[in-house]
Ligand binder design. Structure first.
Ligand code: FES
Length: 103
């Protein structure tokens, strides 16, 4: 499935990049800009970033579920990621207020 229409990036490519970053450091905080930087791409309209955040959360949960880390560490880390989504993702969804969205 195509996630980023501006850069033609598929969900699979994003998942592989996230896993690569987690292999380097399983406890780093991964944000969409870091994923795109690793892919040598950059956000243009950034409308795909909310979906990338959801992909980061899902892949990170699956990655740590497969590893032998403690469940409390995973929950703590993902709570931080979710807090960032609440702080930045929903209020500034595509940097447009809801009254200016077509869909
Ligand atoms: S859809 Fe990804 S930067 Fe525009």
């Amino acid at each position: 499935m195509l996630i980023c229409h501006c850069n033609i990036i598929t969900e699979r490519e994003i998942e592989q990049t996230i896993v690569g970053l987690l292999d380097q450091d399983p406890w780093q905080l991964i944000v969409p800009a870091k994923v795109y930087h690793a892919m040598m791409k950059r956000g243009r309209c950034c409308g795909c970033f909310p979906n990338v955040v959801e992909t980061i959360i899902r892949v990170t949960e699956e990655y740590h579920a497969r590893s032998e880390t403690g469940a409390t560490d995973v929950v703590s880390h993902l709570d931080r990621v979710r807090a960032l989504r609440d702080q930045f993702g929903r209020k500034l969804n595509e940097r447009r207020s809801t009254s200016h969205r077509a869909a």
